[in-house]
Structure formats: C-alpha cells, structure tokens
Write a protein that binds this ligand. Structure first.
Ligand code: AQP
Length: 344
C-alpha cells in the first residue's frame, strides 16, 4: 500500500462531558480539514478503558461522541467515522509498538504523571502504555497529519519517535519489501489557532477538562442556552477591563482564555477581538461571548440530541466506518508482519 500524502487521523475518548475545549481544540478542526484531506475520525474507547468506565455509560458515551462528530458537520460518507474497538488491528499494532517504545520514553509522559497522580502503583498498565496505542491509531493508517489540542503534543512527539525507531530497526526489510527508505511517516501535529488549550472557567491555570468535579468549570456540548450563558456569566475574571493588546493578556490568564474562546468561535484572532472589545469591561464582553457561544453551539446541541435518539443510525454509521477503516488497517498489519518477520 503506498504512503498517502494528506491523510488525517484523530480521535476523542468516550469518557463523558464533551466540552468546549474538545470542540475548539479538536472537533471543529476535524470538520474544517474535510475540505482538504482524506480524514479518519475515531471514537477511542480502548483509550477510555485505561481508567475504569461504567459499561452501560461507556456504550452511551460512544454514541454521544459519534453524535457530536456528525452534529458538528463531519460527513461519514465522504470520510471515515468509526469506533476503535471494532477494528482489532489497533490493539495488535499497539503491542508491536510496546516492543519498540522504551520504558524511559513512556516514563517521561506528563499526562501519565498527571493522571496517575501520587498513587502510581495503582494506575493501570494501560494508562502507562496509552501513548503506544495512540501511536498505533495514527500509524495504522500512516496518517500524515493529526489535529489535536496542545495537551497531546508530547504524545505526537512520541509517535514520531516510535515511527523513526521502527523505520530504523527494520530499514533493510522495509527496503527489501519495496516500501522505500521508511515505512511509517513522520506525522505532523496540527495544533493551531487561538484555542489550542482552552482553560477552566473557574481557574485560568487549569485546562478545561471532562473530569473536573465542577460543572461550572466547563461548557459541555450538551448544555442548553441558559446553562451556557450562566457559566460564562459566572466565569472567573479579574476586575480590570479588557486590554487592547494581545501582549497584555499574558499576565491575565482568565481574560486571555475568554478572548481566545471568542476568537475561535468567531473564526478570528485574539487581536481582532481586542480591536473590538479592548478597554470594555467584562459586563459588556461576557454577554457578547455568551450570545456567540449559544449561536454556535445551540445547533450542534440540538442535532446531537436528535442523533442520540437515533441509536440504530449511529450504530450503523460506526459499523460502516469500521469496515472501511479495517480494510486499510488489515493491509498495514499484513505489511508490518512481513517486515518484522511474522508469518502472514
Ligand atoms: N481544554 C482543552 N483545550 C483544547 N483542546 C482540548 N482537548 C481536550 N481538552 C482540551 C482535545 O480534545 C481532543 C479529545 O480529547 P480526549 O478525548 O483525549 O479527552 P481528554 O484530553 O482526556 O479530555 P479531558 O477533558 O482533558 O479529559 P480528562 O478530564 O480525563 O483529562 C484531544 O485532541 C485533546 O487535545
């Protein structure tokens, strides 16, 4: 199989509470890339179970993420939308990458340190090896680009390290079997725009996160208009009016976050937002932001609700997507097995 030149892969975990950070950092980018790239978008349930998930809730969260993809505008006919556990090759390639990646590389991953916390001995082995599964997700399709939020940058670097070591360890065989000098591409992360790291609405130093115990810290894609407006009204800010330069936002994390959200939702830049709202108090800016957020998110919210009630349709989209993903994945695994010396 020849190396594609512009293939995008990315995924979202079905762990509940999909929020504005997931939307601006990832899902909205997924939608935009459909115009220029061949896209593969995955509901990554194998990643989700690295921490315990209630099985019934997991099933409904898988459908909810799929509904969010479709409601946001991803076209499952033109591109591939599927569920990770329905394509067994993800786990198969992850095992091979577990044998390529080094303990030292994984031990440096900050997400593992943050998620395992002090009780590291009690974290699952899966949580530790999460980044090798992520490398497998991407490289199974030999994806060239991965749109992600800023928090995933380190995992993308590890993906490139794994690809480079595999290409180097098996270089003679890769050439022998006609794959040129390297089999896996050096995948590029796409981390761009004003909202690559959306912060908590309650604490500008913390990432907006699904697992934050405070629901006021995030805007959920499932929130209705009143809830969105209330959360923005209650968002933590400082007492000063907005500055008129982007530079002056650096020392004001909460203001920076809200300006970044406005910029991303309006498809503009922080400078554009400040050109309009610079020197205005939050009592003016927050209602404008709330209106904009409701205008952009309400249609997605309504379509998500409609799709969630159409379970059979969502399941059929995932089944059809898995078939198409599998046809690429089996081809890659066949070649990988040949390269590393397994019988095929
Ligand atoms: N706050 C964020 N700002 C920008 N992008 C974000 N992403 C997540 N949070 C933000 C991006 O969303 C995509 C899917 O993420 P995920 O499914 O891996 O979920 P996550 O990163 O585990 O989400 P949370 O909210 O951060 O969960 P917890 O609370 O478990 O830590 C990714 O591209 C991610 O970068």
């Amino acid at each position: 199989m020849s190396q594609p030149s512009n293939r995008v892969f990315s995924g979202v975990q079905p762990t509940g509470n999909l929020h504005l950070g997931n939307y601006l950092g990832a899902i909205s980018k997924f939608v935009a890339l459909q115009e220029s790239h061949e896209c593969i978008y995955c509901v990554v349930d194998l990643h989700a179970v690295t921490v315990w998930q209630d099985p019934e809730k997991l099933r409904s969260n898988i459908r909810e993420v799929t509904a969010a993809f479709l409601a946001a505008g991803i076209d499952p006919d033109k591109h591939i939308v599927f569920n990770q556990s329905q394509v067994a090759e993800h786990a198969e390639l992850a095992w091979i990458f577990n044998c390529v990646a080094r303990m030292g590389w994984l031990s440096r991953m900050t997400q593992f340190k943050e998620k395992a916390g002090k009780d590291r001995e009690n974290a699952s082995v899966g949580l530790f090896s999460y980044p090798t599964l992520m490398a497998a997700d991407i490289l199974l399709y030999r994806a060239t680009h991965v749109p992600v939020g800023d928090d995933q940058k380190q995992h993308l670097e590890l993906t490139r390290d794994i690809a480079a070591k595999f290409n180097n360890d098996f270089s003679a065989l890769i050439t022998k079997y006609g794959h040129g000098e390297s089999y896996f591409p050096m995948t590029k992360p796409l981390i761009e725009g004003p909202a690559t790291r959306v912060m908590s609405l309650r604490d500008g130093s913390k990432k907006m996160s699904k697992s934050d115990p405070s629901d006021l810290s995030r805007i959920n894609l499932a929130d209705d208009a009143d809830t969105i407006a209330k959360k923005i009204r209650k968002a933590k800010t400082d007492p000063e009016p907005l500055p008129d330069t982007v530079d002056a936002l650096k020392s004001r994390p909460e203001a920076d976050n809200l300006v970044g959200i406005y910029a991303a939702l309006s498809n503009s830049s922080k400078a554009d937002v400040l050109a309009h709202y610079g020197n205005e108090p939050f009592s003016v800016f927050k209602p404008a932001l709330a209106d904009l957020a409701v205008e952009k998110l309400a249609p997605i919210n309504a379509e998500m609700r409609r799709l969630i009630s159409e379970e059979e349709h969502v399941d059929a989209v995932l089944r059809q997507g898995a078939e198409r993903a599998r046809s690429i994945a089996t081809e890659t695994m066949k070649e990988v097995k040949e390269i590393i010396g397994f019988l095929t």
